[in-house]
Design a protein around this ligand. Structure first.
Ligand code: SF4
Length: 459
């Protein structure tokens, strides 16, 4: 019999050169994909070959390493160069990207070109405030010609190219943007009848986390977004849709990607969004969501005063290990204990737990009672979210009656609990439906025996 390592070598695995990421554990993990796949064997072999091809693509290594128990869970993601340092530069023409700069950096940059700090403030306001949202130097009313010329020569206003906007029957809009490298991201604007409109921004192209109920997770990770690309989504949504949907008041980092896998740019973007002379979102109304990257979660709570959401979705490690492979690295107990500790000294700060309800998987009354126990001592709200199906998904929605019973158990247990039903479903704009699958997809994890009957018969 040919050994696993020989097979791997024959299939080209040793050509992967990034030793920081490719570990024996990772190679083992790759092989275990094939064993874990719920596919007939010819397909399984095809998938194994694809998985190995993926190994040659650095960008997807992270999705593979989800399954590793080694310390090298997160790949080095510092190679995305355009946001390094205080001034973001476009690589090709060396122009700065204005929306990638904090106000302090913008001021420093303006002064380095011989202009007064006051002009930096005027520029900042025209980028972000008073419904101007300037797209070029001609729209910088009130700024002098020399300053405008300098801006034209040395700076870029946009970080994204508008591609399309799609409207769902419930008023939700999905905006598609093309990036400089041709990749496409999606941003969702969700009007609400209580005078609140939320923009849901993406933080990565694809995602490495491979949550089993999420369409974006099936894509694998292509790359991080820069701070400018994140900020621009909120600016563009306001520019494009404010006259139709009213003021956009809230931001959630719940689009494509795991925000804490791109934490430098996410913190930077969130801080730009809450600047009171600029976009001026209230920090309480900017919510960053994570699947549970514990070290980054601690850092976020220390460096950013925006709100935090944690996507929980299970009450046991067994289920969470399956539907959210990140749990193999950071177990439920560690995640919750970290929150308990970190939030104990914070005044009036509540984490939002998101709980996507999957029929027969995590929606029993026993789960509800366990959830009450798990969140004891953590200042929190719990959002019960209706699962949004997508092509190839193996899960089934929990029906509304059962969601209500589940909600009642939580409420009786003293939890603050909300229910959230699908928005934008008919345009694939709902939670967990963003992105576009390529030919190669992240693997489907092996379903624990006792849950097989709860899944779609076709899978
Ligand atoms: S749910 Fe979020 S973290 Fe999980 S795969 Fe989808 S985008 Fe990534």
């Amino acid at each position: 019999m040919v050994s696993l390592s020989t097979t791997m070598r024959r299939l080209g695995i040793i050509t992967v050169t990034n030793s920081a990421v490719v570990t024996p554990t990772l190679i083992y993990s790759t092989a275990s994909f094939a064993r874990n796949l719920t596919l007939p064997s010819p397909l399984r072999n095809h998938h194994l070959t694809n998985s190995i091809r993926l190994l040659k693509s650095r960008s997807v290594l992270s999705s593979l390493s989800c399954f590793s128990s080694s310390a090298a869970y997160l790949p080095a993601l510092d190679e995305f160069p355009s946001t390094k340092g205080s001034v973001a530069m476009r690589d090709d023409n060396k122009k700065v990207i204005l929306k990638g700069m904090s106000y302090a950096s913008l001021q420093e940059w303006v002064e380095s070109h011989g202009f007064r700090p006051g002009q930096a403030m005027m520029l900042w306001k025209r980028l972000y405030k008073d419904n101007i949202w300037a797209e070029n130097a001609d729209q910088l009313q009130g700024l002098n010609k020399d300053f405008k010329r300098m801006i034209s020569e040395h700076a870029e206003f946009g970080a994204l190219s508008f591609k399309d906007v799609r409207s769902a029957s419930d008023g939700t809009r999905k905006i598609l943007f093309t990036l400089d490298d041709g990749l496409v991201i999606e941003t969702v604007v969700i009007p609400c009848d209580r005078g609140r409109t939320t923009v849901c921004v993406s933080s990565q192209v694809g995602c490495a986390m491979n949550c089993q109920f999420c369409y974006t997770g099936r894509m694998g990770l292509k790359r991080n977004l820069t701070a400018a690309e994140i900020v621009e989504q909120a600016v563009y949504a306001r520019r494009l849709l404010s006259h139709e949907v009213g003021s956009i008041t809230n931001v959630v980092f719940m689009g494509m990607g795991e925000p804490f896998h791109n934490i430098d740019n996410v913190i930077k973007a969130a801080n730009i969004m809450v600047d009171e002379n600029g976009l001026h979102f209230s920090p309480r109304k900017v919510t960053v969501s994570t699947s549970g990257l514990v070290p980054q979660l601690k850092r976020f709570l220390r460096e950013c005063n925006c709100a935090l959401a944690v996507s929980l979705n299970a009450t046991t490690d067994e289920v969470r290990n399956w539907i959210m492979p990140i749990n193999r690295k950071y177990k439920l107990s560690l995640l919750l204990e970290t929150l308990r500790e970190e939030l104990s000294s914070r005044h009036k700060y509540k984490v939002l737990f998101e709980y996507v309800m999957l029929a027969g998987v995590n929606d029993s009354m026993e789960d509800a009672r366990r959830l009450v126990e798990l969140v004891q001592g953590i200042p929190c709200k719990i959002n019960l979210i209706q699962f949004n199906p997508h092509s190839g998904s193996q899960f089934i929605q929990t029906d509304e009656d059962k969601m209500i019973k589940f909600r009642n158990v939580l409420a009786e247990g003293g939890c603050t609990v909300l229910m959230r039903f699908s928005r934008g479903n008919d345009q694939m704009a709902a939670c967990g439906q963003l992105g576009m699958l390529g030919a190669i997809q992240a693997p489907v994890m092996r379903v624990p025996e006792q849950f097989r009957t709860a899944l779609k018969a076709s899978v």
